[in-house]
Design a protein around this ligand. Structure first.
Ligand SMILES: NC(=O)c1ccc[n+]([C@@H]2O[C@H](COP(=O)([O-])OP(=O)(O)OC[C@H]3O[C@@H](n4cnc5c(N)ncnc54)[C@H](OP(=O)(O)O)[C@@H]3O)[C@@H](O)[C@H]2O)c1
Length: 427
């Protein structure tokens, strides 16, 4: 176990030179994301944070943003509105960020909840918890990889249950759509397995980027209630009488959880980049030192879960990844029918750009021409990707970059012309 004192000592070394200068938090409107933002901002370092949240949480989040600005005047917190359970919205939010930044140091993904209730689908036909906990997360990563590749020591941290993978995975009905196939345990396992094997695949394809799949332990955020749709169900009683009291008893304090996740975002213990680490170097999901995917438990130890991961790698990785690209395909591309649509997408059509990687850019500091300007707002109060004009670097960027092994797949998918407004998936 990495002791709390070691964690705090490492985080005390975060400053203007070592902090993730540009960070994107998806799920930072509450819980572990919020706690980690607070810990990062409290370091006093100069950071720019894209805080992605849905419209219904904006008002509630405003006092938090004010608190952060008061705590650290060098922190620039940019509220970035989006309903990220929808892939079209995830794509739009990424385009806003891509139009503003040349690099991203940290992508921190916590949106989601344990699927304790019945299957509920988004307008795009994906089950909501799976969309938040897996598909939208993968889409954020794929869209922001070119910016991550431009950073010096980029990191993606997804919080769910790294190290808790099971050998059992449903491959004939990956979305668990068949009647009777969607249940609490199965759906949770499916999400966890899919995250770990896909993150490992992405880590293999993008060796410059460090990936962490974190298992946070118990943190008393109220997350267990999110998936409970019927207050009179047995599940609701179970959560009320057993689960919540247990979480209250054994959970980390809010502060420790925030500090532990900040450590996972910044320490060289995982992959060698970041704040120097004198302790034992973490091993990746292939049970090797060096960079890759790190399955990190609540004690901040690496738990490669080698036996299970090798089964999943052999039996499921290819199928899951193909399925993922199929689902995400319509949201990984831009229309090339009209200039208007191209402007909407904020980037060149995938498949027409150069196959070369975007040249690594020098750090964009807050005064640089590419630094974030206040984002314009549409009459609905929503950040508007159309209004945010893409800079040249973002316009030249290609979503397929940074994923060399998969270029062909992306290019094949990208040639289909799909209108993001009407692109649906499944039912
Ligand atoms: N807390 C724990 O003990 C624990 C343990 C193991 C695993 N986990 C997993 O770790 C992740 C983070 O947990 P947490 O405790 O930080 O969660 P949390 O406090 O409940 O926050 C989850 C985030 O997800 C967003 N979200 C939830 N439902 C949404 C929806 N339908 N549409 C859009 N956004 C939605 C929330 O946005 P709003 O603020 O707008 O509601 C919030 O930003 C979750 O996937 C959770 O399942 C947590």
């Amino acid at each position: 176990m990495v002791s709390y004192n070691e964690i705090k000592a490492s985080n005390a070394l975060i400053n203007d030179a070592t902090a993730p200068r540009v960070a994107v938090f998806v799920g930072g409107t509450s819980g572990i994301g919020k706690l980690t933002i607070r810990a990062l901002v409290a370091t006093g370092a100069s950071v720019r944070i894209y805080l992605v949240g849905r419209q219904s949480s904006h008002e509630r989040t405003n006092p938090f943003i004010q608190e952060l600005h008061a705590m650290n005047p060098k922190a620039d917190i940019i509220w970035t509105e989006g309903e990220v359970s929808l892939l079209a919205e995830t794509k739009r939010v990424c385009e806003v960020i891509r139009s503003k930044e040349r690099h991203v140091d940290l992508l921190f993904l916590t949106a989601g909840y344990a699927p304790f209730g019945a299957r509920r689908e988004t307008a795009e036909g994906l089950e909501i918890a799976q969309s938040l906990g897996y598909y939208s997360r993968m889409l954020f990563i794929l869209h922001l990889l070119p910016l991550l590749e431009n950073a010096e020591a980029p990191r993606v941290v997804g919080v769910l249950a790294g190290g808790m993978e099971w050998t059992s995975i449903e491959l004939d009905d990956i979305e668990l759509k068949q009647p009777g196939n969607f249940g609490m345990i199965k759906a949770q396992r499916q999400q966890v397995n899919m995250n770990s094997i896909s993150l490992e695949r992405l880590a293999g394809d993008n060796p410059h980027v460090t990936f962490v799949h974190s298992c946070p332990g118990w943190v008393n955020t109220g997350n267990v209630w999110r998936g409970v749709d019927d207050p009179n169900s047995i599940m609701a009683w179970f959560v009320w009488l057993i689960l919540e009291p247990l979480i209250g008893l054994f959970s980390f304090s809010d502060e420790e959880s925030g500090q532990r996740h900040l450590f996972q975002c910044t320490s060289a213990a995982f992959g060698g980049g970041g704040i120097p680490w004198k302790g034992k170097a973490g091993v990746n999901s292939l049970n090797k030192p060096g960079n890759g995917l790190f399955l990190v438990n609540y004690k901040c130890d690496c738990t490669p879960n080698a036996r299970v991961m090798s089964v999943l790698r052999e039996k499921a990785q290819g199928r899951i990844w193909d399925h993922t690209l199929e689902v995400l395909g319509p949201y990984l591309q831009c229309s090339r029918r009209s200039n208007a649509r191209r402007t909407q997408c904020g980037q060149d059509d995938v498949g027409q750009g150069s196959p070369d990687a975007v040249p690594r850019a020098p750090d964009s500091d807050h005064n640089s021409p590419t630094a974030a300007q206040p984002l314009s707002t549409s009459p609905s109060g929503r950040l508007d990707g159309d209004a945010a004009k893409p800079d040249a670097a973002a316009a030249a960027a290609d979503i397929g970059k940074g994923i060399p092994k998969n270029q062909c797949e992306y290019r094949r998918l990208s040639w289909r012309v799909v209108d993001p407004a009407t692109a649906g998936h499944g039912g």
